[in-house]
Design a protein around this ligand. Sequence first.
Ligand SMILES: [Zn+2]
Length: 365
Amino acid sequence: MGFGEFLGNERIVHALRTMLRRERMPNALLFVGLQGIGKFTLARMLAQAANCEKLRDDFCGACETCKKIARLGDPGPLIEQGLAERGENPDTATVERTPLILETHPDVWAIVPDPVRRKNPVARPMIRMGQLRAVQRAAYFVPQARRRIFILDGAETMRWNDADVCLKILEEPPETASLILLAPRADALLQTIRSRCLTFWFAPITPEKIEQFLRNRSEWSGTERKLAAQLADGSPGAALGLDLAESARLRREVLGLISDSMSGKSYRAIFSATVRLAKEESEPFENVLPLFYSFFADLLELSHSTKNFALRNPDLRRELETLARKISDVWVAQATSNLDRLEGRLRRNVSRQLGLDAVAESLRI
Ligand SMILES: [Zn+2]
């Protein structure tokens, strides 16, 4: 048990341990990095180390304090419990009055974007004013152990107006508490908040390390682990959450569309494929577009090199090799820039169907 179990980003771990050893924990830290890269895990470990009954710059995992805080590692049931206690179909006032707070030890809170489940869902999950006010009140309490830690997961979901509450805490920093903000990108937060945080950028984890990490945590075969590590794009959490069969199905669908469009198949065949993709419900559409990019990158590599490099889609190597013989750099450049434009249009809510048809059309050789 301890920081030694954390995967990758050793330099960040080292810096945090040094702070703990010197008893110089900042009031505000910002962890920036991909979804699933380990920001929440490391924040939870830091909360354990800041309060462990036995150790000072690490955590034992065995004392009562460590064990209680460790339960935050599985937030799902805690979120369900919080929502159940709030009652069915709550109105806005109730949501703000009974903020969703995950607490398994009195000194350590995890705040996650509130998924507010109503009969008519109104908004995407976000950190709400009620949650921030609760943190503001609790931040100045004297800790029972050594330090109060507030982990704000999905800090980028705060409304900018509500973020003022967060800013107030950072402007009058409590002596015995630290806020740890987690976000995918630093620029998703207000500059005034960012400037008061000590920021740590989490680097992607290598596929080799992810493969190793999956060894004790999945039922997958060696080949499947290798594939998952390659598809995870540097995020062990994403690798763990992968549905390999579903991923293969979706990627085949996208590659099929690319291939049909290139070979100038009939409009009807292409149209039926884009209709299916535009309606893809298991994946948000934003997750489908990166698949196109990953295929373009593989095709470009394959058309240039005969060496054995790591494909992003190693399970589709044979199909990709066939396609790669037909394309040129110009084609890839054009396909990529068309996709960039489509992404921009999707942000402005142009029909996915029309956008995909346009991309398919542009792939013709
Ligand atoms: Zn301990």
